[in-house]
Write a protein that binds this ligand. Structure first.
Ligand SMILES: [Zn+2]
Length: 183
């Protein structure tokens, strides 16, 4: 797949009428908001990090201009536990229409894209929002990337530390996150 630049905005009606297709590898550095949440590595700076974006534009069965999107790739994120980078797999499929469309004409799980003052559909922002939605609030390696001993502070005896309520809550939160991650 070739590297391409995702248009900032498009005329969704025209693209749908033309059954337009956008296929390409989009540089993650093009997404400024997203980059703020990603791991700042040299590789990212060199622009080697990309996501594949596959978009089909057409009118839905009832004639609503729609974009059918498949976004895939690996996002470099920072593990909250060990602060090392790891790659978060993203594989997202969704459909989107212009915000404000008659809700009786669309499926329940459809997404809405914003438009600017001139009615132009903000395409890049739609894809960026989708990638942001895929980012966990606190990304963590699936495996125990840090030894338990390294987590507890030197002065506190481990058995004592285990009795402290906040530790328990933390462990529970970790467990929940892990369970969620393995679904
Ligand atoms: Zn880690």
């Amino acid at each position: 797949m070739e590297k391409r630049t995702l248009p900032e905005k498009i005329d969704l009606i025209q693209w749908a009428n033309n059954s337009a297709i956008f296929k390409g590898l989009v540089d993650l550095n093009d997404f400024e908001r997203l980059c703020e949440s990603l791991h700042k590595s040299d590789e990212l700076a060199e622009g080697k990090r990309v996501v594949s974006v596959d978009l089909t534009f057409k009118r839905s069965r009832v004639g609503v201009p729609t974009v059918y999107a498949v976004v895939k790739g690996q996002l470099p994120v920072t593990c909250e536990r060990c602060l090392e980078a790891f790659e978060l797999e993203v594989d997202s499929q969704f459909e989107a229409v212009v915000d404000g469309i008659d809700e009786t004409l669309i499926d329940e799980d459809i997404e809405f894209g914003e438009t600017d003052d001139e009615g132009q559909f903000l395409l890049k922002s739609l894809i960026e929002d989708e990638l942001l939605l895929n980012l966990p609030v606190a990304p963590k390696h699936d495996s125990e990337c840090i030894e338990k001993d390294a987590l507890s502070h030197g002065e506190i005896d481990e058995s004592e530390a285990d009795n402290q309520v906040p530790k328990g809550f933390e462990a529970l939160a970790d467990l929940k996150a892990k369970l969620k991650g393995s679904e």
